[in-house]
Design a protein around this ligand. Structure first.
Ligand code: CUA
Length: 198
């Protein structure tokens, strides 16, 4: 599954269930307030031990919670399963910028250029404190930790420029630790890769 799609599906699924619950529970409460108000129903009934009802309100929510887990887990698997043909780029977080290292030793700061139509794998670490690498448009986010390598991957499937953010407070210039992702046609990428340009 494409990472961004799975994350969005999990979001909409959970949001949808939450909305149905909110409306359903609120409507039932309002109905009960009116239906059992003191003026027409002065003596409350003491109802206990309805076994079928108790089973229902245990089992149904359990399955709803499990279905949320399942869809979230599917989306997580999509985020971790990197296609074998992915282009790998090393990413270093530092106070306060992102360094990108390409296979041919080309290095850029705060600009990540990738070719259209390719899966991209970013191997992410930090050279100082904790940072967090985040590309909202592709729904990928992972901590950059010194001494540890994390990764994200995404399909570079639409041309354009996208934001890259640091999303873990890492010092006074944290909010300025932003970079750009540029998805360009493959020919343009290959020329760029061999050039001195950032
Ligand atoms: Cu790096 Cu916040």
């Amino acid at each position: 599954m494409i990472p961004g799609k799975g994350v969005d599906q999990a979001l909409w699924y959970i949001l949808g269930i939450s909305a149905v619950m909110l409306v359903g529970i609120t409507a039932t409460m309002i109905y009960f307030v009116i239906r059992y108000r003191r003026s027409i129903h002065p003596v409350p009934q003491d109802i206990r031990d309805n076994v079928p009802l108790e089973i229902a309100w245990t089992v149904i929510p359990t399955f709803i919670a499990l279905s949320m887990f399942y869809i979230g887990w599917q989306s997580y698997i999509g985020l971790r399963a990197v296609p074998e043909n992915a282009i790998e780029i090393e990413v270093l977080g530092q106070q306060y910028s992102w360094i990108f290292l390409y296979e041919n030793d080309k290095e850029t700061e705060n600009i990540l250029v990738v070719p259209l139509g390719q899966p991209i794998k970013l191997n992410i670490t930090s050279i100082d404190v904790l940072h967090s690498f985040y590309i909202p448009a592709f729904r990928v986010k992972v901590d950059a930790v010194k001494g540890m390598e994390n990764y994200v991957w995404f399909n570079a499937d639409v041309l354009g420029e996208y934001d890259i953010l640091c999303t873990e407070y890492c010092g006074t210039e944290h909010s300025a630790m932003v970079a750009k992702l540029k998805i360009v046609p493959e020919e343009e990428y290959l020329v760029w890769l061999e050039s001195e340009d950032e």
